[in-house]
Design a protein around this ligand. Structure first.
Ligand code: ZN
Length: 243
């Protein structure tokens, strides 16, 4: 597992060159944001200890297998006191409930761990603020570090090659678009993140982007821009993303 120090409070962990998780430093140890694919639990724990702390809680941007894959392994090793946070809709999908018309695309793992907290938006988890960014998945969340306005945005954006909204097809990482549930909603969430004026963007796939506003704006434009009316991003579009 490759580790990259992004800021004194944030370490990027990378497996297979393109799958990221993050350690966010808090007073009691670390918040782990995402867990990569299955089989990484021991490595993630070891990397946290080498960085000087324990993983105290696990926050997931969404329920896809390359983000939630090692949660069961981590809970088996760290115990149930390590709370797991996941967006309401994605938690319901992982629990086997039908949340949308048709199954949302992407890989949904068999996760035995029941998230302790189903995020609705606005929660404060240590220094991270939970921001609903639905679109890539129905219950996708991003997290803003209120200390320095670093935004951890999961798969709302990717940065392999260049910054793109995940709903926009880009040859360097076509999987992102194929796994995106509601493309107009994804673009609306990308715009919401731009409006937060983050100091830095870190993503599920690709390197960190400092001072990202200009690149975010260009990526949103390439993705077709934000919907004109809020109705355009309604749940009625859910069925269109099933291909
Ligand atoms: Zn994903």
């Amino acid at each position: 597992m490759k580790t990259t120090t992004v800021t004194p409070d944030l370490t990027q962990l990378t497996r297979l060159r393109f799958v990221n998780a993050y350690l966010v430093r808090e007073d009691d140890g670390f918040t782990l944001v995402d867990s990569t694919l299955g089989g990484a639990a021991e490595d993630l724990i070891a990397v946290a200890r080498a960085a000087g702390g324990e993983i105290r809680r696990i926050v997931l941007t969404h329920g896809h297998g390359d983000h939630a894959g090692s949660v069961d392994g981590l809970r088996a090793k760290l115990g149930a006191s390590v709370e797991v946070f996941l967006g309401e809709a994605d938690a319901r999908i992982l629990a086997g409930e039908q949340v949308t018309q048709g199954k949302p695309p992407g890989t949904w793992p068999k996760m035995l761990t029941v998230p302790d907290v189903r995020l609705a938006g606005g929660e404060q988890i240590g220094h991270l603020e939970a921001i609903p960014t639905p679109g890539h998945t129905p219950g996708h969340f991003s997290f803003l570090d209120t200390r320095d306005r670093t935004a951890i945005v999961g798969d709302t954006y990717t940065s392999l090659g260049r910054l793109e909204v995940s709903s926009h097809f880009y040859w360097r990482f076509p999987l992102a678009q194929m796994a995106t549930w509601d493309r107009p909603l994804d673009v609306a969430s990308a715009l919401r993140l731009l409006e937060l004026d983050p100091s830095r963007l870190v993503v599920g796939h690709g390197p960190a982007t400092p001072m990202p506003s200009h690149a975010m704006r260009e990526a949103i434009d390439r993705a077709g821009g934000a919907p004109q009316a809020p109705e355009a991003a309604g749940p009625g579009l859910a069925g269109e993303a099933g291909d």
